[in-house]
Ligand binder design. Structure first.
Ligand code: ADP
Length: 459
């Protein structure tokens, strides 16, 4: 409560009665003693009223000043009001304060919600001020670019998009190849945050969506089509060539015809194998996300595969050593797992040593290298020339072959191990290739024995 307020209030309240009393004194209507006593009473009463009013006003003043301030709802002056007129005013101010506090709480909640949404957006987001400094980033941006955010903003494509969005208030998009912190393809959308009348915009939001994976998938798809067409075109060109020769120069040459027809049959068979493998691969990829549901006896499946394979092993003078332990039933796709066995056994025959040994073992997974969950392991081993270490990670890529000529000569399509990988993925299993040059290679698959099959096995 300020003294000045009290003095001013006292003078305003007391001025009129004192004026009247002074006039009465001057006219002699009241005695000097009564007049002085009256003035003292009027001044004292006015001072008390002014002091009470000043204090009440200070309370109201604080209430208005702190209305809507979240963590400090009252000021230094608080307490009950004494004057009836200020008490009525207080009720209205109380109502106003309640409304303002509710609005401030709502605004704070909305701000926190908006902050949480921006923070949790999966795409990196950077708010850039008109002076090109960073105002805000979200968690995805910090995780993706770390300390490199200023470097990212200096990318010429992004800089141009930000400049345009700031000056033209129009959303800009740009595809960027960012070299830092790791090479990636990014699609940037830059939105101006301003009224269209503002000139220029005060800030922009840059949303940087990582498109590296999509680009890689697109490239893979394009490469795959190019590779598949190329693989088919080679035997097709050879067939067309031989047809022309048979019609022309070799029309009357039966020995040459027989020779050419043999080659044509081989080329047609190669196209057939390629189309079969392409179809298998596309069928496996189509259902890769659906786990198989049938309960199968893996040991039985191995025995059937071996029985079909043995004649070819014998005709090449190889030996086949098979060891199948007591296996629990697993949940799987019998046709697809047969194809896995066939592809691995065929490769062992194709790339193994002529007259060498091929070993197939099937057992319950016990090695710590495999997942802790119950599983079975099937391994196909050969004693061929082996595979150099640098090729191992790429062998399951479609059309990847160490020696193109050798693969073609033995009837390979370059798709066998890609098919194996996708089938194993569908079964939520694992595929491991180990090899030592000059010693041989081992292709191992681990398949889970899930609870469903264990329950039905014990039932
Ligand atoms: P392909 O039809 O050419 O055999 P795969 O996908 O089955 O295609 O195998 C890819 C490549 O992996 C083969 O071309 C070959 O170079 C190599 N490879 C596969 N199995 C073996 C093996 N048992 N020993 C050595 N190399 C192998």
């Amino acid at each position: 409560m300020r003294v000045g307020h009290v003095l001013r209030g006292t003078s305003v309240v007391a001025a009129t009665p004192i004026g009247v009393l002074a006039a009465l004194l001057a006219s002699g209507a009241v005695s000097a003693l009564a007049g002085v006593a009256g003035i003292v009473v009027i001044v004292t009463g006015s001072a008390i009223i002014a002091a009470v009013q000043a204090r009440d006003l200070a309370v109201l003043h604080d209430q208005i000043r702190y209305a809507g301030v979240m963590n400090e709802p009252t000021g230094p002056h608080a307490g009950a009001l004494r004057l009836p007129s200020t008490a009525a005013l207080k009720r209205d101010i109380d109502r106003l304060v309640r409304i303002l506090t509710a609005r401030a709480t709502l605004a704070e909640r909305l701000r926190q919600a908006e902050e949480a949404i921006v923070e949790r957006l999966p795409d990196p987001l950077i708010v850039v001020r008109s002076d090109r400094t960073v105002e805000r980033t979200n968690a995805a941006a910090r995780a993706a670019f770390g300390d490199e955010i200023p470097a990212v903003l200096r990318h010429p494509g992004l800089r141009t998009a930000i400049d345009r969005a700031l000056s033209q208030h129009v959303t800009q998009t740009a595809d960027l190849s960012l070299p830092v912190p790791v090479a990636r393809e990014v699609n940037a959308t830059v939105l101006a945050m301003a009224d269209p009348d503002d000139e220029p915009a005060s800030r922009v939001i840059a949303v940087l969506s990582d498109r590296t994976r999509e680009h890689a998938v697109e490239r893979m798809r394009a490469d795959f089509i190019a590779n598949a067409s190329h693989e088919l075109r080679t035997p097709l060109a050879s067939l067309i060539g031989f047809i022309d020769t048979l019609r022309g120069p070799a029309a009357d040459d039966p020995p040459a015809q027989a020779r050419f027809l043999k080659i044509m049959a081989e080329q047609a068979a190669r196209m057939n194998r390629l189309i079969d493998d392409l179809l298998s691969l596309s069928r496996v990829e189509l259902v890769e996300h659906q786990q198989p549901a049938a309960r199968i006896d893996l040991a039985d499946l191995v025995r059937v595969a071996i029985a079909g394979f043995e004649p070819r092993v014998q005709s090449r003078g190889n030996t086949l050593v098979v060891s199948v332990a007591d296996l629990p039933p697993i949940v799987g796709d019998a046709d697809q797992l047969s194809q896995v066995l066939q592809n691995l056994l065929e490769n062992a025959l194709k790339y193994g040593r002529e007259g060498g040994a091929i070993c197939l073992t099937a057992s319950v997974a016990a090695n710590p290298r495999w997942p802790a969950a119950p599983g079975v392991v099937i391994a196909v081993n050969d004693d061929g020339q082996g595979i150099a270490r640098e090729h191992l990670p790429r062998l399951t890529e479609r059309f990847y072959r160490i020696d193109q000529g050798r693969s073609r000569a033995v009837g390979g399509t370059g798709l066998g191990l890609a098919i194996v990988k996708h089938i194993v993925n569908r079964h939520r299993g694992q595929f491991l290739i180990e090899s030592t040059l000059g010693v041989g290679s081992t292709f191992t698959i681990w398949l889970p024995v899930n609870s469903q099959s264990r329950e039905s096995a014990s039932a």
